[in-house]
Each structure stands twice: as structure tokens, then as C-alpha cells.
Design a protein around this ligand. Structure first.
Ligand code: WT7
Length: 656
């Protein structure tokens, strides 16, 4: 195991517990019996969860694991995901229920009921069909947080085309490689997006990405910021021209439970992002089941708000599929939390009477930095459940969240999961679990996870090791798009003998057997809840002409969890000229933003004469992390040249 950061150390000494209130338990969706029920018969349990959905054809087998690790859930079952997320609520008489209270960053708003959403999704489905998109095709989507993003995803689902949503902050290079990998036929984008109070162009970026992507037949453009955009006649089409003239009627087809629903790219330990493939029936079952129980949602009365972006899996499962399968009313916010002021989120909670609020620890820590007086100015008494996702939440942030946002009374669900798992896997159940700040606690009913040692043996209480998932689950990824072998190698080879899925996270059991997540054990960084691989940033750096070599580490950061720190060896002439060196560093940060996106910009770039390597040539990131975190450098005996670290430290000292 890698050594832990100081923030994580105090996780392990946390002992406070918060039992649920009787009032909450009395009305909770989840009950303690669920654990025993799932334990007694997993397949019967998941059968019952799948019955939350409308199926056109019932499945003949719950799970086919005969070709492990390639799973099939609800074999032979057929359903339409969009029908489940939209139409059936209208058919049940809930068409007037608000699906989305949308809040634009500049202050414009839209209210969309389920009946209106149905019309919008049907129109978009007709438009996609007119543009030649068919079941099995791929559609790339890069959009801001506007209702059309949800409508586009559901329209794809409705006609059986897999969407590949690319986060709005990703560069043209990143978008291009995702379009190429999935061979997307259509790109849906916008003229621009609002970011921190200003319109920023988007179409210019997507044009750059689609310069040389022959698979793209059309680009469908939503008008959002009303700025001038570059235009390719014949290829580019306005959403308002093509979608809004379509019929609001669209008869949907049922697709196989294993029909691809979406591809979502995520960083791995190598430079090339992985296209995580999710399918329909099992994924939607887990999204709906977890959303119902973990957030205790009551569709008739709750106003749910997940602050994620649609470009990440949290947006897929807990803005689009989970909440909509459950017919919930939700808030969708377009912008940044401090535009136009630092109370924006709390103002929105007060305005809509938000009851369930789900955000990332990095935002909680940002709120802490801004000060408790800010939420203190708003009426947040409507809140009754809080959620956290994306990285380990430190106990201080947990307590602050509960006190200052949750009024000292709301349960907090610290939800552990991944792009690959599709839905929440480990989390307390509000109303059932006695909460422990900083611990995700137990696998949900129906889900199985273990902490094991190097050899795959489960560790005992109080022991630490690697988190594995030892039984298949309905929302699990079905593979990596176009690369079956990489799927097997990445997730199933580490504990192949046991047949465990290796999550890439370190974890520990406490004395009660509750699980505490301790961060990644591989070369993946977690910056503000975003996964970025060290290799990805390294390859962006070395693709710049001034760089000879680069090593990247995630250094612990009080706000973002980890910050990206890069060590670079500059090429001869640049390295010697100090002015050129400074200029080069600025250029390098911009270069990384351009190659990957602004989220991958290193917090710090240090120019060094050498990198610490083992005799086999592997960079010892552990030592660089010591430098980045201002610690005394650890054991250097396995270095090929043990004086390298002195050289690095001396060089950095003289720069100060
Ligand atoms: C990685 C997955 C799950 C949606 C957002 C991120 C870390 C996620 C927690 C948590 C500790 C967490 C893990 C995981 N992570 N949630 N509650 N406690 N760590 O999805 O980008 O696929 O990243 O995020 O390291 O492996 P993702």
C-alpha cells in the first residue's frame, strides 16, 4: 500500500457516530431488513428491484455470469429506458409534476414538467432519426448544463443510440479522441456556455475537434449564449430549426436489457482514456434502486438536487437516469457556485425548497473556506438528506456539512462508487445506519465488497488493504469500448485467482467492520472529485517541444483533495535560460489545458535536473510526492542513483 496523506490519517482516528432519529427512521424508504433479504437470495432481491421498471418483455434469467467477467443481467428482458424515465410518469397521471427546475447561471429559469419533457424527448428522438441516427449508433454530446443535455441523452436512449457525453471543460483534443474512439455519427453541442458570469465559446472548440473526424455526419447546435459561431453549411444544424419542428409523438421500441446505453470515458493508469460501456436494464435498475434508498426520495414531495455536471457519471446516474426513473422533481443548475456570489447554491436551495442535496467534498471544503456565515444567511430548513461523492470526505468537512448546511440534523450519505460501477455501491442508508463521519460504511443491500491484502485474502477488522468487489452487480460496466482485453487486464487480472474486481482504491475496516476509503492506490489522481491519470498529464507535458521528461504526482491539497504537481526536465537550451524557463512553465500549463482541459492544469510545475528512478527505470512517484508535500524525502535505497533526490531538493531550494 502507498502511504496515506495527513488528512487521511485523521480519518482513522475518528470515532463519533450519529444514529438516525426516530422520526426519520419511521418514514425512511430503506429498512434494516433489506440487508438480510438481499443476503438470503441476491437474485430474488435484484428481481424485485428490476420490477421498479416497466419491462416490455420479462427476462428469463436474472444473471448470466457464465462468461465472466462479461456479465448479462436480466437476460432476454426488453425495455425502453426513456419510456421508464419519462413516459410512464405521464401515463401514471404525473405529467404535471415538475421534472426540472432549471436555473441558468445569468439568472434565467425554465420549469419543465414530465409531460413537457416527454414532448421534448420525442421531438429530439424524431430529429435524431431524421438525421440518420439508428439503434446501435453512437452520438457524442458536449453541452453545458442546460435541459437540452438531458433531452439529448434521453432521446438517444429512446432510439437505442449510445451517447458519449464529453464534459464541457474538455479540450478539442480530448473531444476528438473520444469521437474517434466511439466513431460517433452525430455531435450535439452549443454555441457557447456561461462560465463565471461570462459567455465562453463552445462551438469553436467542437469545430476544432471535428476538423478531421469523418464519422461525424452532422453537428447539432443548441443556441445558448447567442454569440457568433463558425458554421459548416450542410454539416451544422441548429437545434431550434431541426428539433422544434418535429412531432411530439414518437412510439418507442423496446431494446434488449443488454443493449448499450452509453459510453463514458474515464482516466485509467495509462494515457488513453477508457470508454466505459454501460447497458440498459441492469444499469437502470441499480440507478433507480440506489437513488430511492440512499436519498430516501419521495417523488410526490421531494425536491432533489445533484450538483454534478452531466459530463461525469454522477450526472448520468443521479441527474438523468436514477431521479428520472423514479419520477422525482429536481433542480438543475448551469453555473459555478460563486456566480454571481458565494451564496448561490444556498439561494437556490431556499428558492426551490430543496430537500435532498448531493455534492462533492471539494465543494464542501470550498464552502468552509468561504465561511459558515454564507449558508447562515439562507433558510435551508427544507433540507432533509445530504449526500457526498467523488473522494473520501474528511470528518471535519462532514461535520461542517451537517452543522452548517444540514442544520445539525440531516443524515449524510457518503457514497462510494465509480464510473465503472454505474451506481452507488457503498453507502450508509439514511434512517437505518448510525453514521460515522468519513466512512462510506457498508456495501448496499445486494452489493458485495471486501478489503483484501496483496494475495487477495480478506483482512480482518482493523486491517487495511485493497477494495475489491467480489460479486457481479447489475450496474457494472460491461467492458471498455472496443477493447475487451483491456477490460479484463485493468479490472480482473489483479485478483484473477479469486475472480474479484479490483477498484483501484485503498480501504480499511474499522473494529465494527465498516469500510473507510483511503484514496487511489494506482497512478490515478483525484482532483476536485475528477479522475485524472498521472500518465495522461505526463504525456501532455512531453508532447511540448521544451520538455525532455516529465513526472506527475497528486499532492494532497486542502481544498481539491489532490493537486497536480509536475516535475519536468526541460530540454538543454531552455533549461539554461532562466527567463525562457519561466516562460516555458507558463506555456506548459496552458499546453496541458489545451491537450486535456483546464481541470488537468498542474497546480505547480517544478523544473528538475533528474527524475528519481528505480534500476528498472520506473519513476518513484512516492519520493516526488514527499517533495510536493514538503515532507522529508523517504527511503531512497532502491533508486538507481540515490543522489538524485539531493540534486532535486538542492535545485528547488536555490529557486526559492
Ligand atoms: C473514484 C471514482 C462516483 C462518481 C464520481 C467519481 C473515488 C468516489 C468516493 C467516496 C472515497 C471516492 C474513488 C473511486 N471516490 N466516491 N465516497 N469516498 N472515494 O467517479 O471519476 O469514476 O472516480 O473516485 O477513488 O475509485 P470516478
Amino acid at each position: 500500500m502507498t502511504e496515506q496523506s495527513p488528512t487521511l490519517d485523521n480519518l482513522l482516528t475518528e470515532t463519533r457516530t450519529f444514529p438516525p432519529s426516530e422520526e426519520f427512521t419511521a418514514q425512511a424508504n430503506a429498512t434494516v431488513e433489506l440487508y438480510a433479504e438481499a443476503e438470503a437470495d441476491r437474485e430474488a432481491f435484484w428481481t424485485k428491484q428490476a420490477e421498479r421498471l416497466d419491462w416490455d418483455t420479462r427476462w428469463s434469467q436474472v444473471l448470466d455470469w457464465s462468461n465472466a467477467p462479461f456479465a448479462k443481467w436480466f437476460v432476454g428482458g426488453k425495455l425502453n429506458v426513456a419510456h421508464n424515465c419519462v413516459d410512464r410518469h405521464v401515463a401514471a397521471g404525473n405529467g404535471d409534476r415538475v421534472a426540472i427546475h432549471w436555473e441558468g447561471e445569468p439568472g434565467d429559469t425554465r420549469t419543465i414538467t414530465y409531460a413537457q419533457l416527454k414532448d421534448m424527448v420525442c421531438q429530439a428522438a424524431n430529429a435524431l432519426t431524421e438525421l440518420g441516427v439508428r439503434a446501435g449508433d453512437r452520438v457524442a454530446i458536449q453541452l453545458p448544463m442546460i435541459p437540452e443535455a438531458v433531452v439529448s441523452m434521453l432521446a438517444c436512449a429512446r432510439i437505442g443510440a449510445a451517447h458519449s457525453v464529453v464534459f464541457g471543460g474538455f479540450s478539442a483534443t480530448a473531444l476528438k479522441s473520444r469521437i474517434e474512439d466511439a466513431q460517433a455519427k452525430l455531435l450535439i453541442t452549443a454555441d457557447g456556455q456561461y462560465r463565471r458570469g461570462k459567455p465562453a465559446p463552445m462551438k469553436a472548440n467542437t469545430d476544432e475537434a471535428t476538423k478531421d473526424t469523418p464519422s461525424i455526419e452532422h453537428v447539432l447546435v443548441v443556441r445558448r449564449t447567442e454569440e457568433e459561431v463558425p458554421w459548416t453549411e450542410g454539416r451544422d444544424l441548429w437545434w431550434h430549426d431541426v428539433v422544434e419542428r418535429q412531432s411530439t409523438e414518437h412510439t418507442c421500441e423496446a431494446f434488449d436489457a443488454e443493449h448499450p446505453l452509453f459510453i463514458l470515458y474515464t482516466s485509467g493508469t495509462t494515457g488513453k482514456p477508457k470508454g466505459i460501456l454501460h447497458t440498459s436494464g441492469g444499469y437502470l435498475t441499480q440507478a433507480a434502486y440506489t437513488h430511492h434508498n440512499v436519498f430516501d426520495v419521495k417523488p410526490e414531495s421531494d425536491v432533489y438536487w445533484c450538483g454534478a455536471d452531466i459530463g461525469w457519471v454522477t450526472g448520468h446516474s443521479y441527474i438523468v437516469y436514477g431521479p428520472m426513473a423514479n419520477g422525482v422533481t429536481q433542480v438543475m443548475y448551469e453555473g459555478t457556485p460563486n456566480t454571481p456570489h458565494e451564496g448561490r447554491h444556498f439561494e437556490i436551495i431556499q428558492k426551490y425548497g430543496v430537500t435532498v442535496y448531493y455534492i462533492a467534498p471539494t465543494l464542501i471544503r470550498t464552502f468552509m473556506k468561504w465561511g459558515a456565515q454564507i449558508p447562515g444567511r439562507y433558510d435551508l430548513s427544507s433540507l432533509r438528506v445530504l449526500g457526498s461523492v467523488g473522494e473520501p470526505i474528511n470528518p471535519e468537512a462532514w461535520i461542517w456539512y451537517r452543522e452548517n448546511i444540514g442544520g445539525g440534523r440531516t443524515p449524510i450519505a457518503d457514497t462510494w462508487w465509480q464510473t465503472e460501477t454505474g451506481g452507488i455501491m457503498i453507502s450508509p442508508l439514511p434512517g437505518v445506519t448510525s453514521l460515522k463521519p468519513g466512512s462510506a460504511q457498508r456495501p448496499l443491500p445486494g452489493i458485495s465488497a471486501k478489503v483484501v491484502d496483496e494475495s487477495g485474502q480478506e483482512v480482518g477488522r482493523g486491517g487495511g488493504g485493497y477494495l475489491v468487489l467480489d460479486k457481479p452487480w447489475p450496474g457494472m460496466l460491461r467492458g471498455i469500448w472496443g477493447d475487451e482485453q483491456r477490460y479484463v487486464d485493468t479490472y480482473w487480472s489483479r485478483f484473477a485467482d479469486q475472480g474479484y474486481y479490483f477498484a483501484g482504491d485503498g480501504a480499511k475496516y474499522d473494529d465494527d467492520g465498516d469500510i473507510w476509503l483511503l484514496g487511489r492506490v494506482d497512478d490515478v489522481m483525484n482532483v476536485s472529485g475528477h479522475r485524472i491519470s498521472t500518465t495522461e498529464v505526463e504525456s501532455a507535458l512531453v508532447s511540448h517541444p521544451t520538455v525532455a521528461e516529465a513526472a506527475v504526482v497528486g499532492a494532497s491539497d486542502p481544498t481539491t483533495g489532490q493537486g497536480i504537481v509536475a516535475f519536468v526536465i526541460l530540454r538543454g537550451d531552455v533549461a539554461e535560460d532562466q527567463a525562457k524557463g519561466e516562460e516555458a512553465i507558463r506555456a506548459l500549463r496552458d499546453h496541458v489545458a489545451q491537450e486535456i482541459g483546464p481541470i488537468a492544469k498542474p497546480r505547480q510545475i517544478m523544473v528538475v535536473p533528474e527524475l528519481p528512478k528505480t534500476r528498472s527505470g520506473k519513476i518513484m512517484r512516492r519520493l516526488l510526492r514527499d517533495v510536493a508535500e514538503n515532507r522529508e524525502v523517504g527511503d531512497v535505497t532502491t533508486l538507481a542513483d540515490s543522489s538524485v533526490m539531493d540534486l532535486i531538493s538542492a535545485g528547488l531550494q536555490s529557486d526559492k
